[in-house]
Design a protein around this ligand. Structure first.
Ligand SMILES: [Fe+2]
Ligand SMILES: [Fe+2]
Length: 186
C-alpha cells in the first residue's frame, strides 16, 4: 500500500470522528512534548495501519482506525496539577471509552481497543488483534513524541515522520499525488 493511502483510509473510516467537536478540543490539548492529542491520535492510527500492512496481518481496518483515533478521547488536560491526573495513566482509557461511547457508535473491537490500550501498564491484555497493534503503535508514537519534544517549541507534528505529515495532509485536505510528493521532496 502506498504511504499516502493510510491517510485516505483514516479519512474514509474516521471522517465523522476527525470533524467532531471532541477532536477540535483534542487539537488544543497537548499529549506528549508539543504534540497535540489530535496529532498523536492520527499518528497512532497511521502507525496501526502501517504495522498491519508491513506484518501482513489480517485486520478489520475500520475498527482499527476508529479505535486508534479514539483511544485517547479523554478530553481534558492531563498536565494540570490535579489529584486525578496523578493516576491519568491508569484511568484515562475508561474516561476515553465513556466519552467515545457518548459521542459515537462503537463496536466491540473499538471498545476493547480503547479500554485496553495501556497494556501492559494496565495488566489486562487486549482481546483482539487490533488492540495489540494499537498498544504497539501507541508506544512507538509516544516515544517519538517525547523524544522529539525535547528542546523544541513549535512543532505540532512528528518532525521525523514524513509519512505522518503526508497522512495529516491527506486527512485535512486532498490526498497528495505522487508527483506533488516528489516536488515537495526536492
Ligand atoms: Fe492513552
Ligand atoms: Fe495514546
Amino acid at each position: 500500500m502506498k504511504p499516502v493511502a493510510y491517510g485516505e483510509l483514516i479519512r474514509k473510516y474516521g471522517e465523522d470522528i476527525l470533524t467532531s467537536e471532541g477532536m477540535k478540543l483534542e487539537q488544543k490539548l497537548i499529549q506528549h512534548g508539543n504534540c497535540s492529542v489530535y496529532h498523536h491520535s492520527v499518528a497512532v492510527a497511521s502507525m496501526c495501519l502501517k504495522i498491519a500492512d508491513k506484518c501482513h496481518l489480517k485486520v478489520r481496518r475500520r475498527a482499527l482506525v476508529r479505535g486508534a483515533l479514539l483511544h485517547d478521547y479523554f478530553l481534558y488536560d492531563w498536565h494540570e496539577p490535579l489529584p486525578r491526573n496523578h493516576i491519568h495513566g491508569f484511568t484515562h482509557p475508561y474516561t476515553a471509552l465513556k466519552n467515545a461511547e457518548r459521542d459515537f457508535s462503537l463496536g466491540k473491537i473499538e471498545k476493547n481497543m480503547i479500554k485496553r490500550h495501556m497494556f501492559p501498564l494496565t495488566p489486562i491484555i487486549p482481546r483482539y488483534r487490533e488492540g495489540m497493534i494499537l498498544c504497539v503503535a501507541d508506544k512507538i508514537c509516544a516515544v517519538q513524541e517525547v523524544f522529539l519534544g525535547i528542546g523544541q517549541k513549535k512543532h505540532r507534528q512528528h518532525p521525523l515522520n514524513k509519512q505522518y505529515r503526508r497522512n495529516v495532509k491527506a486527512v485535512k485536505g486532498k490526498p497528495e499525488t505522487a508527483a506533488a510528493m516528489k516536488r515537495r521532496r526536492k
